[in-house]
Design a protein around this ligand. Structure first.
Ligand code: F6P
Length: 542
């Protein structure tokens, strides 16, 4: 079957299913069994989507018709799946275990990956044992990661999620993350830190990102001012550079022995598995980091080998395709019911929207189908007190991902265990009310309610139930989302691995920097920009 035939079958099904309410679909007692899928400690529950098992078969036929199997093999095999930058996207190689080989452009990338892991291991050992010394000879006890986007969000999200998994060795090291270009995070933080015992990790694939370089310059100056020492001494004792551009890191002054490298074929938003994951390794120990990699690798294998009908990333992607392209739902909320996953929504915002926020196909034509929806999120219980009103009674159709661990606090206090039960109950209740609306109530009570107390329901959602949150299962979860993104990109025929859309703004900002110093804004600018520049200049002079 060709993709167009598959799309037209799906459109026919959508005509029928658009008229059905989830409350009708959920009255089928077999539904959960036929629409929930388990693999290695993760359960993907698709039973609250407005589709039938037969619809999933049609979606799988679409994936087949789009050549998904070959495209997965191309991704994992190291083909140049990123044609606009003419390179592979080999985040899967970063978690391939030692002993395997993968030749890309004539080089075994797995061997290179393993070498970097060894270097990270040594570095983490030196830090944990108090042997990395600052300019005064005192041991480093504070690490500040300076990076932005993919060089910040993955390590930040993971370190926060796995706080409980810190080995004793890492407990003596405080970890901070600084990303904001305006310096507000750094200025607040520096006043609380001891320069003699603080190490900065400059994380930047390109080593040209102005946000990161501006924060790095402030940190470097702070150390020079505090120590009164030469810049070379400061850089040797207090800066590590993680990058794919060692020549740029050298230019900035990071000595070679303080550099950890990764490769051009690692996309920024796919880089937490590379040396960019150093803060994770510092926080969880190298064992924790390796478990994270093992979890992701197990999903890579599953993605490549499992039939699409049982393949978690593929199924998650197909449910999204159904909602976006067949049911016209273009908003997607990420709702973890676990405070440890507080940064997961922003991590996924970058992963999904920077990857699939595209409107041009691989051939350069206009995309035939709507692509990535608007994604946002928050810790679920907190969002209940913020934007759930819109989910329940607004005019927008929204699809939601509920992410929750089944077990938590198993060895902790009764009250904490009770709090976990509370989170589970709220997660299940919200998914239920979003699906059923006031049909969750008895008919009489629902009908007696005034209009402003009615709940329409019919909002689709996925529940991802994780046995327990561990480094391994977090690795699985993130890899599932990465491969979901790739699967959707294959179906939409777009390139998920470039991000040209962010370049023009960067260029314009550089030009605007000069404008800020001009007494009169350039006539070439638009009137709105000229107006604001004039106002800012006047205010800065007062
Ligand atoms: O501007 C977007 C972007 O290139 C992201 O893709 C990337 O994760 C981020 O900036 C940071 O880039 P770098 O690691 O090169 O500093």
């Amino acid at each position: 079957m060709n993709p167009e035939t598959c799309w037209s079958h799906l459109r026919e099904s959508a005509q029928v299913l658009k008229k059905q309410h989830l409350s009708e679909l959920l009255s089928d007692s077999e539904r959960f069994e036929s629409l929930s899928f388990g693999h290695d400690g993760i359960l993907l529950d698709l039973s609250r989507h407005r589709l039938l098992p037969e619809t999933l078969d049609q979606l799988v036929a679409l994936a087949d018709a789009c050549g998904l199997k070959e495209k997965i093999d191309a991704l994992i095999g190291g083909a140049h799946v990123n044609p606009t930058e003419d390179r592979a996207a080999l985040h899967t190689a970063l978690r391939t275990p030692a002993g395997k080989t993968l030749e890309v452009d004539g080089t075994d990338v797995v061997a290179g990956v393993q070498k970097t892991l060894e270097k990270m291991d040594q570095l983490v050992g030196i830090l944990h044992s108090g042997q990395w010394r600052g300019y005064s000879g005192e041991a480093i006890d504070t690490v500040v990661n300076i990076g932005v986007g993919g060089s910040d969000l993955g390590p930040l999200m993971t370190c926060h999620a796995l706080e409980e998994f810190k080995p004793d060795a890492s407990k003596g090291i405080d970890l901070h993350f600084v990303s904001s270009m305006d310096g507000s995070q750094l200025s607040g933080l520096l006043s609380r830190l001891n320069p003699a015992t603080t190490l900065f990790v400059l994380s930047s694939k390109s080593f040209t990102t102005i946000d990161t370089l501006a924060n790095a310059a402030t940190a470097r100056q702070w150390l020079i001012d505090a120590s009164g020492l030469a810049v070379e001494t400061i850089l040797r004792h207090h800066f590590i550079g993680i990058t794919a551009k060692p020549e740029k890191a050298c230019e900035w002054g990071i000595p070679e022995q303080n550099q950890l490298l990764f490769w051009d074929w690692t996309g920024g938003r796919y880089s937490m598995w590379s040396a960019i994951g150093l803060p994770i390794a510092i926080a969880t120990g190298m064992d924790g980091f390796r478990q994270l990699l093992a979890g992701a690798h197990s999903i890579d294998t599953h993605y490549q080998e499992a039939p699409f009908e049982q393949n978690l990333p593929v199924l998650l992607a197909l449910a999204g395709i159904w909602n976006i392209n067949l049911l016209d739902i273009h908003a997607h909320a990420i709702l973890p019911y676990d405070g440890r996953l507080a940064h997961l929504p922003s991590y996924l915002e970058q992963l999904e929207m920077e990857s699939n926020g595209k409107s041009v196909t691989l051939d350069g034509a206009d995309a035939e189908h709507r692509t990535c929806p608007v994604l946002w999120g928050e810790i679920g219980p907190n969002a209940q007190h913020a934007f759930y009103q819109l989910l329940h009674q607004g005019t927008e159709a929204v699809m939601c991902d509920f992410i929750v661990p089944a077990k938590r606090y198993t060895e902790q206090s009764q009250t904490l265990q009770e709090q976990h039960r509370l989170a589970l109950a709220n997660c299940l209740a919200q998914a239920r009310v979003l699906a059923l609306g006031d049909k969750a109530l008895d008919e009489e009570t629902a009908a007696a309610a005034p209009a402003w107390k009615r709940y329409r329901g019919n909002q689709p959602s996925t529940v991802i139930l994780i046995d327990e949150l561990t480094p391994y299962s977090l690795g699985q979860l993130i890899a599932i989302y990465e491969h979901k993104v790739y699967t959707q990109a294959v179906i939409w025929q777009i390139n998920p691995f470039d991000q040209w859309g962010v370049e023009l703004g960067k260029k314009m900002a550089t030009a605007m920097l000069n404008e800020l110093d001009e007494p009169n804004p350039s006539a070439a600018l638009d009137s709105a920009t000229r107006g604001l520049l004039g106002r800012i200049t006047a205010l800065r002079q007062t």
